[in-house]
Design a protein around this ligand. Sequence first.
Ligand code: UDP
Length: 404
Amino acid sequence: MSLSITDYEPVIGPGPLMHLRRLGEMLKDRSVVHLNSTRVGGGVAEILENFVPLMRELGIDARWEVITGTEDFFKATKLIHNSLQGAEQDLSPTMKEVFMETNRENAQRLAGLLEEADFVVIHDPQPAPLLSMIPQRRGKWIWRCHIDVSRPNRSVWNFIKGLVGRYHASVFSLVDFAQPLPHPQYIIPPGIDPLSYKNRDLSDQELNRVYEEFNLDPTRPIITQISRYDRFKDPVGVIRAYRMAKAYHENLQLVLAGGDATDDPEGALVLRETLEAAGDDPDIHVLSLPSDAHLTINALQRISHVILQKSTREGFGLTVSEGLWKRKPVIGGDTGGIRLQVIDYHTGFRVRSPEGAALRIRQLLQDPRMMRSMGEAGHSHVRDHFLITRQLRNLMTTLACLQM
Ligand code: UDP
């Protein structure tokens, strides 16, 4: 879908649009390379897919590159990811070697581009060693951390800190995630694209197709969690919450929809655990969707009564803003970036257990007026704080500051 920056004016108004254009003039023709570890699946890919074309439209020479690696590399990076979010796992010397060696190979492949770029934005820890492997670099390097590093495993964090401490700046999604690092740190929460396939308005026909495709009953309530199959997203906890709520709402249907990210080797295992927990309940729909199923996810969110994001750790949780944008109350784990989006009793409820989630599901299903008013409040909250245009303005301002 090819969008123009002016298409956003009806949503954000003329002022913010003019601001973006001014920033575009300040950064005109600067080359910006975004680099991460997967083209599909997960929030970073979701952001970059929409972000990079908008930067280009504003006159910036932006591009998106992806590092490649073997299964062993992604096992190592998944362990780093988990332990930075607090899991008690250590990186073995062999894993560290694979991690560094794969980055060296990528550095060789990407050297020309990375040496010349005015700005290099490295997303998350997977490509973090690249800076030390590009000695001839001329631009400013920024480490953009999307995960919750507020309570990391110390030894893994010290290793990553040694790599990212040499960047010119880092960007975190929340103040709580900022770390003692020897450079400026900026706080930029992500945002969703209101005009993308994932979030644009849908016709009744598009919604009806999804009821049919997944055998969902439009006359009965639906609760939904959209997430990669990852233990931090707690899909099994969602099933427990659904079961407790179902004792009071026997018509209840649950949708758990996720897919693969090429940099997440644990997905298949967690999907199996989820299917086992679901058992033979015909009202639990555990879906494994292709990575480009944006319209399907959009429709699933829209036909739901309540959206869940029962994570136990969450860097931001784009799925929360996606649900709120569609005027759905969100029941979210009381953690990380979910706290920015779910304002307790206003845009949804924050919970710390399956029991808590079950209680809030029941409360909402019994009170359609509360569902509606929270949905409206959530939509306004996202419009004011969590759209991609605000995120773009923040990042462009950061780049403009760094080039001075
Ligand atoms: N998503 C998707 N397909 C899936 C599961 C998730 O397109 O099967 C999208 C979801 O709609 C959201 C993003 O991937 O836009 C996930 O971002 P989030 O910040 O919620 O979590 P992350 O995966 O980055 O931890």
